[in-house]
Design a protein around this ligand. Structure first.
Ligand code: FAD
Ligand code: SF4
Length: 470
């Protein structure tokens, strides 16, 4: 039977509707669509897609189960390798991982099998139809502390809990989930999905202590004094980078982390929120990654009349997931490519120092760029075109040019070595320079992906188990 060259389309909310609400954009496959897409898989002997998956999910096997209508069997196969399939099916950059290796794409130049969409279908089916509670195993008598309730910490905690460890997760914020709750917006990843994963961990016996900042409320050394035998640090990379250009201290300039946290976690979209945010007006978002797309689309949903993405390279180099870029374009986000801000402009009324608009953003000055020779990252270096400055009329600016690990834990944990970017140095098992202290995820690599953070949590859990019981 001839293979359909096109991926089964994903049903979605219409752009003009979803631009005004925070509900999920992509609606998921029906069973019929999933089985149709599963039939496109060739069940390749050498399984190139598996090699492209950072946690080596047995992709052709789970797709085979979908073809047979055995969705729970498919779920069981995925969950052997991934503890957050409903999350990964939605946010993994499949186009640069499993799907980039798919034979349909590589050999036949067709659309790859929609592996991510199938993973999401299976996970959603399981969550809607299987309601068994997770069983906590018999305790093995060992205690482990986990710092941070993001994907790396939650995965490490879950894997250890399944082996009978008594695990306590210490989280700085009031809700568990890390970037999955404070960064990625509801319209891309409903918070109920993350809450369900956290519930499952609690059923396994994991204790989650929120509002505890390790390095302030307690130190890593104090955790050992409390009787924990190992500590996993999964504290992420939440420290925003800024551009260091004039005007960054003006009112109406946000880091993407602050902007998204206020909207996602602190519910700034409500009428009278505790932590308000600028709504409406014209917004410039600087950057081209997933974070920039999320900030731009959030600004739109908060009521902005115009939203720009300002990115210094071209569309080809833009690092965000393709699907998010397409969704942003459909929603009317204005992409200003090959340009870079040089100054954020502020309102100042010389005649009235009490004018309430004084000190607020009222524009952004940018310069056009062209691409030169490739730099160390292999991407072509953006070079300024002299004399090409121009101004955009905006009332808020969101800076989304990357984040770094927060130095708090390093500064309060003697002997913990970090690299020059602040990433905690670990060996291939996730062990740091301190005995029995492990780390993984963005705290080690700098801002990366959910799946790589989960992979690091798994690796460390295995190493901790071997160190404490092996
Ligand atoms: P985090 O998710 O950052 O979790 C760390 C947790 O530790 C946080 O809850 C934090 O509050 C807590 N913490 C920090 N310091 C302390 C402390 N001292 N004491 C106690 N707790 C502490 N990746 C994708 O794969 N696909 C995407 O589409 C995608 N979109 C993204 C969109 C946004 C807006 C952002 C910000 C990131 C996105 N990412 C995406 C990246 C991905 O979310 C991260 O790589 C991943 O969450 C890293 O997981 P982590 O567990 O290492 O850290
Ligand atoms: Fe199926 Fe593509 Fe994997 Fe081959 S490479 S088994 S076609 S998903």
């Amino acid at each position: 039977m001839a293979v359909n060259p096109k991926k089964q389309e994903m049903p979605s909310q219409a752009p003009e509707v979803r631009a005004h609400n925070f509900q999920e954009v992509a609606l998921g496959y029906t069973a019929e669509m999933a089985e149709g897409e599963a039939k496109r898989c060739l069940n390749c002997k050498n399984q190139p897609c598996v090699a492209g998956c950072p946690v080596n999910i047995r992709i052709p096997d789970f797709i085979g189960r979908i073809r047979q209508g055995d969705y729970e069997g498919a779920y069981q196969i995925i969950s052997r390798s991934s503890s957050l399939p409903a999350v990964c099916g939605r946010v993994c950059p499949q186009e640069s991982q499993c799907e980039s290796q798919c034979t349909l794409r590589v050999r036949a130049k067709m659309d790859p099998v929609g592996i991510g969409r199938l993973e999401r279908f299976v996970a959603d089916w399981h969550n809607a139809n299987v309601h068994e509670k997770a069983q906590a195993p018999a305790p093995n008598g060992h205690r482990v502390a986990v710092v941070g309730a993001g994907p790396s910490g939650l995965t490490c905690a879950g894997d250890l809990a399944k082996k009978g460890y008594s695990v306590t997760v210490y989280e700085a914020l009031h809700t568990a989930g890390g970037v999955l709750v404070y960064g990625i917006p509801e319209f891309r990843l409903p918070k109920s999905i993350v809450a369900k994963e956290v519930e499952t961990l609690k059923e396994l016996g994991v204790k989650i202590e929120t509002n505890v900042i390790i390095g302030k409320t307690l130190t890593v050394d104090e955790l050992f004094e409390m009787g924990f035998e190992a500590v996993f640090i999964g504290s992420g990379a939440g420290l925003p980078n800024f551009m260091n250009i004039p005007g960054e201290a003006l009112k109406g300039v946000y880091s993407a982390n602050e902007f998204l946290t206020r909207s996602n976690l602190m519910k700034a979209y409500l009428e009278d929120p505790d932590t308000p945010i600028m709504k409406g007006g014209k917004v410039a978002v600087v950057g081209g990654g997933n974070v920039a797309m999320d900030a731009a689309r959030t600004a739109l949903r908060l009521g902005a009349e115009k939203v720009y993405i300002i990115y210094r390279r071209s569309m080809e180099e833009l690092p965000a997931r393709r699907e998010e870029v397409e969704h942003a374009e459909e929603e009317g986000i204005d992409f200003r490519l090959l340009c870079n801000p040089v100054e954020i402009l502020g309102y100042e009324n010389p005649e009235n120092p009490r004018d309430p608009k004084n000190g607020f953003v009222n524009g952004i000055r940018c310069i056009r760029m062209e691409l030169g020779e490739p730099d160390a990252s292999g991407r072509r270096r953006p070079v300024e075109i002299a004399g090409s400055e121009f101004e955009l009329d905006v009332t808020a600016v969101v800076i989304a040019i990357g984040t770094s690990p927060n130095p708090l834990i390093k500064n309060t944990t003697g002997g913990l070595e970090v690299n020059r970017r602040g990433g905690i140095i670990v060996n291939e098992e996730g062990l740091t320079s301190r005995e029995h202290v492990y780390a993984g995820g963005d705290a080690v690599t700098g801002a990366a992906t959910v799946i790589s953070a989960m992979g690091a949590g798994k690796t460390a859990a295995k190493a901790i188990d071997e160190a404490l019981r092996g």
